[in-house]
Design a protein around this ligand. Structure first.
Ligand SMILES: *Cc1c(COP(=O)(O)O)cnc(C)c1O
Length: 386
């Protein structure tokens, strides 16, 4: 069955007692045993919970994996994955990384003796040069990265990692399984901040892990249950509800983002637009090969730093807010918000400077969004005389 149909049918026709088409929310934390030595398959809700299980099975199936694990946030999912590693282990990590992931590695995992090198994960020579034989255990890739939209060739990096005995972990938040399925390209683990496109409505905080292979899946099940940062039944239900419309939303996000990126590219107050759908983007060809579409977020640089404040003040339809992937359009200023925890030298080296804005394009009418950006830029230019 095609992915659109599978998405729309998440949780449907699975409830045998009443035939409910929308899968029920099982709020129970304890499950009665029929008799000694028997179980309904559910014992205690941290280990396994019915509503969460339907979501987890759907996530595994959509990502072409063997097992899915729903967590209380994207960061909880990453922390659960990082618990695979031990003191002395080393990771190779995408340079232009989600700020929270960088903070978790540098300020939390480092205290447990797990360290990382940050580099362009599309550069095999750089990966090879940073490899610490015996210590390096995994490559953690974001593609596209956020905010600069750097692309990594997933099949190539996975092939290299396999030859070195490393796990490949891919943060697939920005493309979702609707557009990109890293496990089919050789990755071992996919992680999502399901708070973003999967839930899609700026109203649920959730994370997902999908693993490939029996041994890794069993190990992750053990960690998921042992750590306990699991997703509750209500949020599992809300997430499934959001995922049913993922295909429609992603198509609209992509169409809107492409048109707005082109509008900004032509705008005299904008110097750069970072969006892989644009033919001049350095990752354009790889992205086209390994994904069936483009995300709805991109970044752009204003001509002058003085324009930033008034643009953020004058956008009306677009909210000045963190996060991404929801039906409502949001704009953020990465240097002081999402990426504030990344040291300035690193931020500047990758290009996250103080003229960069990031736009998460929602599903509003594209012309309304273009008009909003146009008037905000115009007013900003007038006020600053740039
Ligand atoms: C938001 C985000 C995270 C963290 O997820 P939360 O749900 O906010 O905990 C991780 N990776 C990426 C790419 C993100 O955008």
């Amino acid at each position: 069955m095609r992915i659109e149909s599978r998405l729309a049918q998440i949780g449907s026709v699975k409830e045998p007692v009443t035939g409910a088409v929308s899968y029920p929310i099982y709020q129970a934390t304890a499950f009665r045993h029929p008799k000694l030595g028997q179980s309904t398959g559910f014992d205690y809700a941290r280990t396994k919970s019915p509503t969460r299980k339907v979501l987890e099975e759907a996530a595994a199936e959509l990502e072409s994996g063997d097992a899915g694990f729903a967590c209380s946030s994207g960061m909880a999912a990453l922390q659960t994955i990082f618990a695979l590693f031990s003191q002395g282990d080393h990771l190779l990590v995408s340079l232009d990384l989600y700020g929270g992931t960088y903070r978790l590695i540098e300020q939390v995992m480092s205290r447990f003796g797990v360290t990382a090198s940050y580099l362009d994960t599309n550069n095999i020579e750089a990966l090879e040069a940073n490899l610490r034989p015996g210590s390096t255990k995994a490559v953690l890739v974001e593609t596209p990265t956020n905010p600069l939209m750097m692309i990594t060739d997933l099949a190539r990096v996975s092939e290299w990692a396999k030859s070195r005995g490393l796990l490949v972990i891919v943060d697939n938040t920005l493309l979702t399984p609707f557009f990109q399925r890293p496990l089919e390209l050789g990755a071992d683990i996919v992680i999502h901040s399901a708070t973003k496109y999967l839930a899609g409505h700026n109203d649920v905080l959730a994370g997902l892990i999908v693993t490939k292979g029996k041994e890794l899946s069993e190990r992750m099940a053990f960690l998921h249950n042992s750590i306990g940062a699991v997703l509750g039944p209500q949020d599992s239900w809300l997430l499934m509800r959001g995922m049913k419309t993922l295909a429609l939303r992603m198509e609209r996000h992509q169409a809107n983002a492409s048109r707005i990126a082109e509008f900004l590219l032509e705008h005299p107050l904008v110097t750069d637009v970072y969006y892989p759908a644009l033919p001049h983007h350095p990752g354009h060809e790889i992205q086209k090969r390994q994904s069936s579409g483009n995300t709805g977020i991109f970044s752009f640089k204003l001509k002058d730093v003085r324009l930033v404040e008034p643009v953020l003040r004058h956008v009306k339809l677009i909210a000045f807010a963190e996060s991404l992937g929801g039906v409502e359009s949001l704009m953020t200023y990465p240097a002081v918000q999402t990426h504030a925890d990344i040291p300035e030298e690193i931020r500047r080296a990758v290009g996250v400077d103080d003229r960069l804005l990031r736009l998460s394009v929602g599903i509003e009418h594209c012309d309304d969004l273009i008009e909003d950006l146009g008037q905000a830029l115009e007013q900003a230019a007038r006020e600053t005389e740039v």
